[in-house]
Design a protein around this ligand. Structure first.
Ligand code: IPE
Ligand code: IPE
Ligand code: MG
Length: 257
């Protein structure tokens, strides 16, 4: 039976398996209201909570949230430390609900750059939820898409040097196995809030064929209704993966006569 709180027009058989979100616009949301930027980050936590709940209700299998980019380290010290503090507080406060929902917390990015207490909070949440079989909740922290590719290339080169990998045998699948979370499916839907139209170094490899939904909403205003609008937008798209529309509609497998 369809749960009553679900949007009547959303097709539950075509829910994106993996939704990735660039949560942008906290600072502008605050400044527009005459508040300091950090007030926007605090308000943004409410959206994180609501979007995780909505994702669970629609049975999205993987939700990846871009919480802090490698470039964000260059922001003013006070803003960086408040973001780290909020992240720790969030993980502590939400762990009980995450456990209740059997969600599994993961992280991608250069965690070694995080302050020790933040890193411990992330590792604790990851460890505690490791055995959970529900939705996967992936936090991109100190994350950069180019850094991820460089890290992958470095490990691959090391394995080649050790004779574990034959350079001639490296294909896309082999390369992808060196990414931070190689078992995850690529995002079907990439959402960016905050009205900018760029990817800001997010999941450069994985978004090759993601559908992109740009929202004019600042992140603190992006709530369940906006998330549902993004899913409806996604469901109106035809994903062709290089094929023609006719091929897709006939269930084409890409083999052209
Ligand atoms: C997103 O909001 C949060 C992070 C990048 C950590 P911003 O802080 O980038 O907000 P704007 O883009 O300045 O409004
Ligand atoms: C992208 O937002 C990073 C996160 C949402 C964590 P930014 O605000 O850092 O992106 P730019 O600088 O506008 O491209
Ligand atoms: Mg921004």
């Amino acid at each position: 039976m369809r749960k009553p709180n679900l949007h009547p027009e959303i097709d539950l058989d075509r829910i994106p398996r993996h939704v990735a979100i660039i949560m942008d616009g906290n600072g502008r949301w605050a400044v527009e209201r005459g508040l300091e930027r950090n007030a926007g980050h605090r308000e943004g936590i409410g959206s994180v909570r609501e979007i995780i709940r909505a994702s669970r209700d629609y049975d999205v299998r993987v939700l990846t949230l871009y919480a802090f980019s490698i470039e964000n380290w260059n922001r003013p010290k006070g803003e960086v430390s408040e973001l780290m503090r909020l992240l720790e507080e969030y993980l502590e406060n939400e762990l009980a609900e995450v456990m209740e929902n059997r969600a599994r917390v993961r992280s991608i990015g250069r965690l070694d750059r995080l302050p020790p207490s933040t890193r411990r909070a992330v590792e604790h949440a990851v460890r505690e939820t490791e055995g959970n079989d529900g939705m996967q909740l992936v936090f991109a922290l100190s994350y950069g898409g180019r850094t991820e590719l460089v890290d992958a290339a470095r490990r691959l080169a090391r394995d080649a040097e050790l004779g574990k990998v034959d350079p001639e045998g490296i294909d896309e699948k082999a390369f992808a196995s060196y990414l931070y979370a190689p078992d995850l499916p690529d995002p079907d839907l990439l959402i960016r809030t905050g009205s900018e139209q760029r990817v800001s170094n997010f999941l450069l490899w994985q978004i090759a064929y993601s559908e992109i939904h740009l929202s004019g909403c600042m992140w603190p205003e992006f709530r369940r209704a906006e998330f549902e609008a993004a899913i409806l937008d996604y469901q109106r798209r035809e994903r062709r993966f290089g094929l023609t529309s006719a091929q897709v509609r006939s269930g084409g497998d890409g083999v052209v006569e």
